[in-house]
Design a protein around this ligand. Structure first.
Ligand code: CA
Length: 234
């Protein structure tokens, strides 16, 4: 499952381009022409996919709806949206729907493979057992990150996080009270080979605030340090 990819793209030429390049790099690929087909394959194969690549504009249900359905079914699957350059606002919408990353068309084979491989690594990291002697949990005030079950507890109640959100919080918790710049977060969570923009950090922070802050617009824990980045304070 660590290298199984679900590709959903209605344009045959782009779909073939994606599938051929992923297969050439050793990934096992299932392809779907519509969102409905993608969800059917996902269900039939019991969600055994590391990453889903979803085109945003599809003839039936759109990529964003597929994204939300997949995220509802799985906290661990990595989701990358394929967007056109003119769909900037939709990218943000895609990420708030639970996507981990987006790739803007047109993209090169090397960019595609690097982004998919990077997300696959994070997904398999998340599925692995923590090493012996490693801490089981990080506690900050009423918040507890359970490192084995990969979830966040607030006063004992579970808050569902995507793998990316979990890794950002884990990183900030480990440096609690100190500002961490966006580039460090980007490299730590997305990997050094990440081709994208720092803005993706802000999008994930915004989504995290919606989940954990009483007043997301006036965060008390996940605070912005102007000119520096972000920090966690209890
Ligand atoms: Ca399309």
């Amino acid at each position: 499952m660590a290298n199984r990819i679900l590709v959903c793209e209605d344009e045959a030429a782009i779909r073939e381009f994606v599938v051929i390049n992923l297969k050439k790099s050793g990934f096992e690929v299932r392809e779907a022409e519509t969102g409905e087909a993608a969800l059917r394959i996902f269900t039939e194969e019991e969600g055994r996919f590391a990453v889903a690549l979803l085109d945003l504009m599809l003839p039936g249900i759109d990529g964003l709806t597929v994204c939300k359905e997949l995220r509802r079914a799985s906290d661990t699957i990595g989701i990358i949206m394929l967007t056109a350059r003119t769909q900037e606002a939709d990218k943000i919408a895609g990420l708030s729907g639970g996507a981990d990353d987006y790739i803007t068309k047109p993209f090169s084979p090397s960019e595609l493979v690097a982004r998919v491989a990077s997300l696959c690594r994070r997904v398999s990291l998340a599925g692995g057992k923590s090493e012996q002697g490693e801490k089981d949990r990080l506690v900050q005030g009423e918040y507890t990150l359970d490192l084995r079950r990969r979830c966040l507890l607030k006063a004992g109640a579970a808050i569902e996080l995507t793998q990316v959100e979990f890794q950002i919080l884990e990183f900030l918790f480990s440096k609690a009270g100190a500002p961490v710049d966006r580039l460090s977060i980007l490299h730590h969570v997305w990997g050094d080979a990440y081709f994208g923009e720092e803005k993706i950090v802000d999008v994930n922070i915004r989504r995290l605030r919606m989940k954990i802050e009483e007043e997301p617009s006036e965060p008390r824990h996940l605070v912005t340090v102007w000119g520096r980045g972000y920090k966690w304070q209890s």
